[in-house]
Design a protein around this ligand. Structure first.
Ligand SMILES: NC(=O)c1ccc[n+]([C@@H]2O[C@H](COP(=O)([O-])OP(=O)(O)OC[C@H]3O[C@@H](n4cnc5c(N)ncnc54)[C@H](O)[C@@H]3O)[C@@H](O)[C@H]2O)c1
Ligand SMILES: [Zn+2]
Ligand SMILES: [Zn+2]
Length: 342
């Protein structure tokens, strides 16, 4: 079968013929239909310092996908050939304290699909049945392909109650934009989003935010005034991984404000902890998705009318992966999809 492989310890990706994966105990075999390109995949293609320590070659990349089940191992129930599925890309150990307590998203030895195990950028993929999410209601294939990052957005946006609250999202990448849309859909009063890319701010506007602010030319303080906020934001969703974004967020929260952080900073940085303490601000780190509460929320949010279509701005055949990756890396885009059937 064809697969996109990190085949050499240097920059690049290679479209290669590799053996079809074999079905292990408790696993399902999936024919991949569409996949999403994630920032992680871009890091692995460039082969930066993080990728060099995280990935052993050869490795089939990819963790955002939708596909059709073609075979299940003996004894697997609840998933059957013909099911349309996406997958939880964090494979948990099942043995640590949190796994045993049913808090699988807090597993201490998670293996990442397409990082520590061969992934979804291929014609076929195997996955433990316990990692499979069956789409039981009709769903757009491109949207189903991005359930993994949509789950990051939902997990973060629903970390704290948002009904009637004023929400600040820093970073209008695909995940920040989806989080803003979820917060709005879930009943926030104002949702303000910031970025330094006019293209992405435009995309966020089309998804229905109250205000999309370019922090190169306006301060969050100004944005707050434009929205008529007297105190500060009640809930902050940090989606950029940038030190200055978190600092500005902390400075503009109301007392008792709550911040959920998904953005992954490249390195350590200082923040105003005196402000965190005296304003009694809560900071919560978010990693991955809750299994499978977040997945349930995703499906019902879509069923309830949440529209993610605008965030998908490009679809390429897997054969044109280089052009697709270049567009994703360029940043003048939302989510880019690879079609494994074209
Ligand atoms: N914790 C997790 O489980 C998890 C999972 C997936 C992604 N992530 C991280 O979440 C973040 C969002 O993911 P994404 O795919 O949308 O990433 P992305 O890189 O596409 O989006 C980040 C956005 O932040 C913007 N930005 C840069 N400086 C800014 C500033 N000062 N203020 C506001 N915005 C600024 C960028 O222009 C970009 O549009 C990334 O940091 C990613 O590494 C974390
Ligand atoms: Zn991803
Ligand atoms: Zn575990």
């Amino acid at each position: 079968m064809k697969a996109l492989v990190k085949a050499k310890e240097e920059a690049g990706l290679w479209l290669m013929d590799v053996p079809e994966p074999e079905l292990g105990p408790g696993e399902v075999l999936i024919k991949v239909l569409r996949t999403g390109i994630c920032g992680t995949d871009l890091h692995i293609r460039t082969y930066d310092a993080w990728a060099r320590q995280a990935v052993r070659t050869p490795r089939v990349l990819g963790h955002e996908f939708v596909g059709e089940v073609v075979e299940v191992a003996p004894g697997v129930q609840d998933v059957a050939a013909g099911d349309l599925v996406s997958g939880e890309g964090h494979l948990v150990c099942g043995k640590c304290r949190n796994c045993l307590a049913g808090r699988r998203h807090l597993c201490r030895s998670t293996i990442g699909l397409g990082i520590g195990r061969d992934g979804a950028f291929a014609e076929y993929l195997t996955l433990p049945a316990s990692n499979v999410w069956v789409h039981r209601v009709p769903v757009d294939l491109d949207v189903a392909a991005i359930f993994d990052p949509f789950g990051n957005a939902v997990h973060t946006a629903l970390s704290f109650p948002v009904v009637g609250e004023d929400v600040l999202v820093t970073g209008a990448g695909p995940i920040g934009i989806m989080a803003a849309a979820v917060a709005r859909h879930a009943g926030a009063r104002h949702v303000m989003i910031t970025d330094v890319s006019p293209y992405r701010l435009g995309l966020a506007e089309r998804m229905g935010v109250s205000l999309a602010l370019d922090v190169r030319t306006a301060t969050i303080e100004e944005g707050k005034r434009r929205l008529g906020l007297r105190e500060g934001f009640d809930v902050g969703l940090e989606m950029s991984g940038r030190p200055e974004a978190l600092r500005d967020m902390i400075a503009n929260m109301t007392h008792g404000g709550r911040i959920a952080m998904l953005g992954l900073p490249a390195e350590e940085f200082p923040i105003d902890f005196a402000r965190v303490v005296t304003s009694m601000i809560t900071l919560k780190g978010i990693y991955g998705r809750e299994m499978f509460e977040t997945w349930y929320s995703m499906s019902v949010l879509l069923e309830g009318g949440l529209n993610l279509r605008p965030v998908i701005t490009g679809r390429y055949s897997y054969r044109d992966f280089d052009a697709a990756f270049d567009e994703a890396a360029g940043g003048r885009c939302g989510k880019i999809i690879l079609d494994w059937t074209a």
